[in-house]
Design a protein around this ligand. Structure first.
Ligand code: ZN
Length: 76
């Protein structure tokens, strides 16, 4: 299988840089399920980070997941 990399970026009007785009553990699970091998994202300090999907671990909860939780949408 080809080596797939996902690049995650968020735009925010209030900053010239990419906003925090780290995937949460739920997003990461989906990323792995799709067979994506590498994750590239911007952390809370505006630094670009790269991680192998298999080695990726985080306690971060992304805004998308918070929104689903608020609306009672089940994603797992
Ligand atoms: Zn998420």
């Amino acid at each position: 299988m080809r080596k797939l990399t996902i690049y995650i970026a968020r735009h925010r009007h209030s900053t010239a840089h990419s906003a925090h785009s780290e995937p949460c553990s739920h997003c990461a699970k989906e990323i792995k399920r799709f067979g994506i091998k590498k994750i590239v994202y911007v952390d809370g300090y505006g630094e670009i980070n790269k991680s192998l999907a298999d080695k990726y671990h985080t306690d971060y909860v992304c805004p998308g997941y918070k929104e689903y939780a608020k609306q009672g949408v089940k994603v797992d």
